[in-house]
Design a protein around this ligand. Structure first.
Ligand code: TYD
Length: 133
């Protein structure tokens, strides 16, 4: 459920030269199989619009900001991501949309699976139906 969506704090090291954030494997609740990122996203774009049967994700606003809407079929949550040392953990079977990208925003996704279109649920009605099923 939506209660399993959570912010993960990514450890960082700071000195006068700036910040260094480290994603070590024990910080992420799954083994990372793939990393992808969205960039040069127009402000009016809506990304996502799907749920996953297998893929778990951690989404990080590496630069800039955007809003993530998560939905478990019963309730929705809006989460603004704007800190490079925070990740949003999204388990399977959660509908997600990503909107309101700031200029220069980079959305990094750590994924538990390699890309497989077959495990996407891209139809909201089907998403709702699967929850009942
Ligand atoms: P899409 O799932 O629509 O992106 P979003 O995360 O905004 O929902 O993916 C856009 C296109 O990129 C689509 O044709 C599938 C392709 N794609 C890959 O080839 N590999 C990947 O790892 C991902 C995430 C997408």
């Amino acid at each position: 459920t939506i209660n399993n969506v959570e912010i993960i704090d990514i450890p960082k090291v700071h000195d006068e030269r700036g910040f260094l954030a480290v994603v070590e494997k024990d910080v992420i609740p799954f083994g990372i199989e793939r990393v992808y990122y969205l960039y040069d996203v127009p402000t009016e774009s809506s990304r996502g619009g799907h749920a996953h049967i297998e893929q778990q994700s951690v989404i990080i606003a590496l630069s800039g900001s955007f809003e993530v809407i998560v939905d478990d079929g019963n309730s929705k949550k809006y989460i603004m991501l704007n800190k490079p040392n925070q990740g949003l953990f999204i388990p399977t079977h959660i509908w997600r949309e990503i909107e309101n990208f700031s200029s220069g925003a980079v959305c990094l996704v750590l994924a538990s699976t390699t890309y497989n279109e077959g495990e996407y649920i891209r139809d909201y009605t089907e998403f709702k139906a699967q929850l009942l099923g």
